[in-house]
Design a protein around this ligand. Structure first.
Ligand SMILES: [Cu+2]
Length: 91
């Protein structure tokens, strides 16, 4: 039983490690907000390729070198800019 748990945990860890993600962004009030997020990531987190669409409130993010995205780091960066990110899709 214990081994099953460990197995499931390892499987989940693998599934949760993603090199590209979609997030829903809360708190944007205009297209400038989306641009601000894009620019901020280009400056401070340029290891990620980021596209933010104000109309859909969706952010696409992928790591340029294919490594796993540090989701905590991404959510923290968004929070510091005044936005709330929520992962909506893993692929
Ligand atoms: Cu704005």
């Amino acid at each position: 039983m214990f081994k099953l748990f460990i197995g499931l945990f390892l499987m989940m860890s693998v599934l949760m490690a993603e090199s590209s993600l979609k997030l829903e962004i809360g708190g944007m009030s205009c297209g400038g907000c989306a641009n601000g997020i894009n620019e901020s990531f280009e400056e401070d987190l340029s290891k990620y390729k980021v596209t933010v669409d104000y109309k859909t409130a969706i952010m696409d993010i992928s790591s340029k070198d294919g490594s796993d995205i540090d989701i905590k780091e991404v959510l923290k960066a968004l929070e510091e800019l005044g936005f709330k990110g929520k992962v909506i899709h893993n692929q």
